[in-house]
Ligand binder design. Structure first.
Ligand code: ZN
Length: 447
């Protein structure tokens, strides 16, 4: 394979003579493939792994996430972005979607994006749009007061999208609009901001990411059904807001009717099976989705509700949980999960014209996993070995946008990783205290 600037220029076979090149990388013994694409992450969660053990999603939102969001400072977001980008790079993931769910302005967006540019990994940054409904949707939770009017919120998002889209050839902008049961019940979104956001997305051809049908079937999902007579997708259909811009995250409790609506509107899905199992909230009905022809990508979710950014680990878990759900060991093959973690996520993110496969003309986002490691000494079948035996940390070489970032496991970007790790630990600990959730991590042995 020959890369030139940011692009894959040629792909040959092992018998072809080597083309003229400034640099030749020996990949013998390596599994070379398109970089993994994490379709759903929240980078600030990289500071707060293992704080949500033993909590349902509804409990975790109220007891962990909201207190932490209130405690975050701009420099916490910056160090979390360094850590998230390095975690991604060192586990063979070249692209991630960063679904912003804190409240951002110019300064915090800068702190979130600059480290990603410096590390050099690709990211779709989904700027959140928030609004308080008037009247309130639910009296269960007090309405949150946002610092900007709806018009100001839309104008800020439009300005940030225009400013950052295309930065460094590796930043792609999108929107995050919450319309799921849990966020409706928390009064953190309004019909008007959903409709205005869809209009903005259509005007700039943006993806909108959204936590959809995530939660416990007997709690938030049931409450929304009792209030509205339907599920999260039904809600958007009634609003006239379901378009192909949406990337629906999780999608655990959808009815067949809702899946049909998604297929008709060409809505994409990103499944996050480890996160869903960590919170014990459900399993995405992937068989029905594949049958309906939906595009499905794979993600981790924020590592505060997964505890690992490793996309290889997600592939293994995605295959196993689906196979045991269907009692069919041939349903989720290694090939299918690799496709979900590469071209599937690329299609879901609307970036498949650039990334997700090794093809001439696409961006040179390439990874090489070293199969000459003790735990995979005899891989037998490389595709299966990647999914079922390897770890993300077996990655040897990572190239993003034609730039070599990791070689023989060594970081080629001039960053002091040790200092970043130390600052991340210190800032996380301080934020945990400010959020008042120290007890979540101070119990050493729970029963
Ligand atoms: Zn999430």
């Amino acid at each position: 394979m020959l890369t030139r600037d940011d692009t894959i220029a040629a792909i040959g076979s092992a018998d072809d003579p080597l083309p003229e090149a400034d640099q030749v990388l020996d990949m013998h013994g390596m599994l070379v493939m398109p970089g993994l694409i994490n379709g759903h992450n929240h980078f600030w969660g990289s500071l707060f792994k293992n704080t949500g053990d033993g909590l349902l999603l509804e409990e975790w939102i109220d007891e962990v996430t909201f207190p932490l969001k209130g405690a975050l400072r701009t420099e916490d977001l910056r160090i979390a972005a360094y850590l998230g980008a390095l975690e991604q790079l060192r586990t063979g993931t070249t692209t991630s979607l960063n679904h912003l769910n804190n409240e951002n302005d110019e300064e915090t967006i800068r702190a979130t994006i600059e480290p990603v540019l410096e590390v050099g990994v690709r990211q779709l940054v989904a700027k959140e749009l928030r609004d308080a409904p008037d009247p309130v949707f639910s009296t269960q939770h007090p309405p949150h007061h946002y610092p900007r009017s709806r018009a100001e919120e839309i104008a800020l998002a439009e300005s940030l999208v225009t400013q950052w889209d295309g930065a460094g050839g590796i930043i792609h902008m999108g929107l995050a609009i919450e319309t799921g049961a849990m966020w409706l019940l928390h009064n953190s979104t309004s019909n008007e901001i959903i409709l205005d956001g869809v209009e903005l997305a259509q005007r700039h051809n943006l993806r909108i990411t959204n936590h959809c049908s995530a939660g416990s079937s007997w709690l938030s999902i049931k409450e929304l059904r009792d209030m509205t007579g339907g599920g999260d997708i039904d809600y958007l259909v009634r609003l006239g807001a379901l378009t192909s811009n949406w990337v629906m995250i999780h999608c655990l409790w959808l009815t067949d009717r809702e899946i049909d609506h998604m297929a008709r509107e060409n809505v994409s899905v990103v499944t996050n099976p480890v996160s869903n199992a960590y919170s014990a909230d459900g399993i995405t009905p992937l068989a029905k989705m594949f049958q309906a022809g939906l595009t499905v990508g794979l993600g981790t979710d924020g590592t505060y509700v997964n505890c690992s950014p490793d996309m290889v680990e997600q592939m293994k878990f995605a295959a196993l949980i689906q196979n045991v759900t269907h009692l069919d060991p041939a349903f989720m093959t290694a090939e299918r999960v690799i496709e979900m973690a590469t071209i599937g996520s690329a299609q879901a993110l609307g970036l498949d014209h650039l990334i997700g496969s090794l093809e001439v003309g696409k961006r040179a986002d390439i990874v090489a996993f070293d199969l000459d490691r003790t735990h995979i000494t005899v891989p037998n079948r490389a595709v299966s070995a990647l999914v079922f035996s390897a770890h993300g940390t077996d990655v040897d070489t990572v190239m993003v946008n034609g730039k070599l970032l990791l070689r023989e496991g060594e970081l080629l970007v001039p960053l002091d990783e040790r200092a970043i790790r130390a600052e991340a630990r210190a800032r996380a600990s301080e934020a945990i205290d400010r959020a008042g959730i120290r007890r979540r991590v101070s119990e050493h042995w729970r029963r």
